[in-house]
Design a protein around this ligand. Structure first.
Ligand code: ZN
Ligand code: ZN
Length: 400
């Protein structure tokens, strides 16, 4: 199956999928991923190039929308929203929408651990629905950086709610990352959202952009002026909390678990468009992340030779996989069992670029020599393990 089909599968509208039973079970690690794994990945994308983050919106919302449409047509909901809904009394409309968002869609987003939804306001005259999302995973304990960052949630809301109203779009108006105490999303017809964004960005009306183009340009603008060091501090602080407290995985207490499928959907959304180019980018993002991680644990007083020993425990603690590292004559081999990125997927490709980059970046920093990694087997691609082969770079560059 393609990346798109794998994302579709996560969003298949099957009520049985969202019942109490687990969606999928990793026999040793279970289905929980520490939300820090998602935040850390997202943080390193922000540090690499924040504009990449907004790119997940367009393709992901279309995939979800198609799944919702299939379900709506099957159940007759589609004709209800397109025909009867508009003639109902305001009160009744409000009630139906509230139940759609707070009962139906909430079941899914809560199960995936991505956020808790509530209908904040609705104005049918102005064609505008406002949804509040508490505990949004993408903004969990986030630093304030002055602009919204929850593009995955925006794509979910556009797909799930927008579909009912002639494919309305969604954008995040307020976010914990922009200094608000919760995340707030507007769902409205695309033209209207374009206008709101135009005002927000102070763009002349003759400039016509696609919605995604607008958001990307908005973030690129921000990139020039914004100081992303709080993001780096955020990851560092969280790691320095986790590293000394790695025994046991009592994450229920931390209240910071998301579902494996929720994490995978987030990761896959970075790959479902221009796979090769995005793969390279995720490798580079991972590489920088690995180098930073090595530096952070140096500062915490860990000796070079102990640094790699900490990885299996960290991955286990975050629910990201069971690691085995092996030093070979000319490099390293890293095996990942029950990999958080790829376990249980049905893909033709190997997808754990971020991990390959992360291991290579970390080893480059430890060995003070540039290493390059390649995934030779991937559990998303019918192998039991993912295997990353990390070899000295032929270019013989010195790592900084
Ligand atoms: Zn947000
Ligand atoms: Zn893999």
């Amino acid at each position: 199956m393609s990346i798109d089909e794998n994302i579709s599968k996560i969003w298949e509208q099957k009520p049985s999928l969202w019942e109490e039973k687990n969606l999928q079970t990793r026999s040793e690690l279970g289905d929980e991923i520490d939300v820090f794994a998602l935040k850390n990945f997202q943080n390193h994308i922000l540090l690499y190039n924040p504009a990449i983050l907004s790119k997940i919106y367009d393709s992901t919302h279309t995939i979800i929308q198609k799944e919702v449409e299939k379900w709506s047509n099957k159940t007759g909901l589609s004709s209800f929203f397109k025909e009867e809904f508009s003639s109902l009394e305001e009160k009744r409309k409000h009630k139906i929408l509230k139940s759609l968002i707070e009962e139906h869609i909430n079941t899914i987003t809560k199960k995936l651990g991505l956020g808790v939804l509530s209908l904040s306001s609705v104005n049918f005259e102005e064609n505008k629905i406002e949804v509040k999302v508490n505990e949004c995973a993408e903004a969990h304990e986030t630093s304030t950086i002055g602009h919204p960052i929850c593009f995955n949630m925006a794509s979910i809301l556009a797909g799930e709610i927008g579909e009912k109203f002639n494919n309305w779009h969604c954008y995040e108006k307020e976010c914990k990352a922009s200094g608000s105490n919760t995340c707030k999303f507007i769902i409205a017809p695309q033209e209207q959202i374009n206008e709101e964004l135009r005002e927000f960005l102070d763009l002349p009306s003759r400039i016509s952009f696609t919605l995604q183009g607008k958001i990307t340009s908005m973030i690129s603008e921000f990139k020039r002026d914004i100081d992303y060091t709080p993001i780096l501090e955020e990851s560092t602080n969280r790691l320095s909390y986790i590293l000394p407290n790695m025994d046991g995985r009592d994450r229920k207490k931390l209240g910071s678990d998301i579902h494996l499928k929720g994490f995978q959907q987030f990761y896959l959304s970075f790959l479902n468009d221009d796979f090769e180019e995005r793969g390279k980018t995720l490798y580079e993002v991972g590489f920088e992340s690995g180098k930073r991680f090595s530096k952070i644990i140096s500062v915490m007083g860990m000796r070079s030779q102990d640094k790699l020993n900490v990885l299996p425990r960290l991955f286990d603690r975050l629910g990201m996989g069971l690691l085995e590292l092996e030093k070979e004559s000319n490099g390293y081999k890293v095996r990942v069992k029950e990999c958080g990125y790829s376990y249980g997927l049905h893909l033709e490709e190997k997808i754990c670029f971020y991990n390959s980059g992360f291991f290579s970046g970390m080893i480059s920093s430890i060995e003070n020599q540039k290493f390059e990694g390649k995934e030779t087997k991937c559990s998303g691609n019918s192998s039991e393990y993912c295997v990353h082969s990390i070899q000295p770079s032929e270019k013989e560059e010195k790592s900084d």
